[in-house]
Ligand binder design. Structure first.
Ligand code: TYD
Length: 138
């Protein structure tokens, strides 16, 4: 498995349009290539704030702008890509070993993240140089 930004894909989720309000769902192992063990969300993000700034060793994630919009900058140690998320039926799949930064949050935005594992501090690279060394050893 190549853990690079080419493996990080936009996923269009099912959308059941209805005059009463739209509905979207995500099934682990079906719409995304992992089972969901954890959900977390970022909200009340002040203007100009940046989140992320780390990579995960084994974690797979799907990032969705549930409300408002923000950018995700993906970096595999060689290439970088900026992805703007602004729709609740569009997810960004992020494979392991990708450095990510989130910025450009609109006011009132909510970022939901579906994750393949429970929280584990040992799964993080918080140092970019260490992450790059890990990437070259893959
Ligand atoms: P962190 O992953 O650094 O936030 P982000 O990358 O989204 O900016 O997490 C911030 C803090 O929250 C850190 O102390 C760890 C804690 N945390 C948990 O306890 N459980 C979780 O599921 C997550 C994502 C973070």
């Amino acid at each position: 498995m190549n853990f690079n930004i080419e493996a990080c894909k936009i996923v269009e989720l099912p959308k059941i349009s209805d005059p009463r309000g739209n509905l979207t769902f995500v099934e682990g192992g079906n719409h995304i290539p992992f089972d969901i063990q954890r959900v977390y969300y970022l909200y009340d993000v002040p203007g100009g704030a940046e989140r992320g700034g780390h990579a995960h060793k084994e974690l797979h994630q799907l990032i969705i702008a549930m409300s408002g919009s923000f950018d995700v900058v993906l970096d595999d140690g060689v290439n970088k890509k900026r992805v703007h998320l602004s729709r609740s039926y569009i997810g960004l799949y992020v494979c392991p070993m990708i450095w990510r930064e989130l910025d450009n949050f609109s006011s009132g935005s909510v970022c939901m993240v579906l994750s393949s594992n429970r929280y584990d501090a040992e799964d993080y690279y918080r140092d970019y140089a260490e992450f790059k060394r890990g990437q070259t050893q893959l």
